[in-house]
Design a protein around this ligand. Sequence first.
Ligand SMILES: Cc1cc2nc3c(=O)[nH]c(=O)nc-3n(C[C@H](O)[C@H](O)[C@H](O)COP(=O)(O)O)c2cc1C
Length: 317
Amino acid sequence: MVKRILNKILATIVPLSVHYNNERLRFLKYSIMKKAQSDKNYILTNLAILTHDIEKGMSLKNPRKGFGKKKIEQIMLLLDLYYRKYKDNNFIIENANKILLTYYENKELYKFDEELCKKCLEFTKSNESDLGTITKSTINTKFTNFSDFAKSRHSVRYFLDKSIDIECISKIVDIAKSAPSACNRQSVRVIAIIDDSKINKILELHGGAKGFENCKVLFLITSIISKYTYQGETSTPYIDGGIFEMNLLYAMHSEGVGSCPLIWNDNDGRDKALREIISINENEIVTGLIVGGYYTDYIKYAVSKRLPTSEILTIIK
Ligand SMILES: Cc1cc2nc3c(=O)[nH]c(=O)nc-3n(C[C@H](O)[C@H](O)[C@H](O)COP(=O)(O)O)c2cc1C
């Protein structure tokens, strides 16, 4: 009996712990979680997030007057720290400089603090402000080639005040399920919430969707863990979930439904709180959230510039 239990532990808990520990150790070593404020990656990662936060603020329909003051101050502080320690210029440093100029140029529109805007202008090394937001009349979703279609999808944070019918939601999920999955196990399940009060409760719990308007559908993407086998597959539910989520975003776009993916993790017991709002099977983990709604006639979205392809692609000959 004892031998059987020991064998079971050796065959399950031990490899699982080793696997998790290796993952955690790598995360601890390379993420910026425990890095000093002067660490290069610490500065760059924070700058990228702060730059996006300002852009995102501008992409809301009704941004808070004068928003982003603390974040802009932080950007200047981090840039200063960076210049003193590191000499190179790069995509993130350029964008942080661009957002300072963009902030200055939009001072009247968003009622930004005059003094701070002056400081931004003095501080920025950029004379280009191709960040911020783009306003377009309704996005054309009928493209003949995938490249144009993919590049026309943007995260949108306010939608038309019109319910999405269940037929449309079914069609979107029907398209999205063409996503590949590990061994075609199709572990992903989708919970589409169209009840306004439940959507609002979840968004409040989430916290990262402040200022969003008229979210008419909230998709919860889950993965059934019982479809996975051993410790080598602990990330696979998230990979399957992520691939499905991207397909779902494109499916929404193709049906004229705008979207914004939202990060999800079980920080601060949020998973338990979510399960109190919505019934989710215990053997399913939530891998992502998407809010959506029909596109409005005029759409404003954050530019969210992409890295040059040469920076993300390595070809091995
Ligand atoms: C996993 C994930 C989590 C995200 N979480 C949030 C979020 O909490 N709030 C938000 O406003 N946008 C969120 N976004 C949207 C990103 O900001 C957006 O995708 C990114 O800036 C690229 O812009 P694009 O989607 O317009 O191409 C998230 C995107 C992903 C992929």
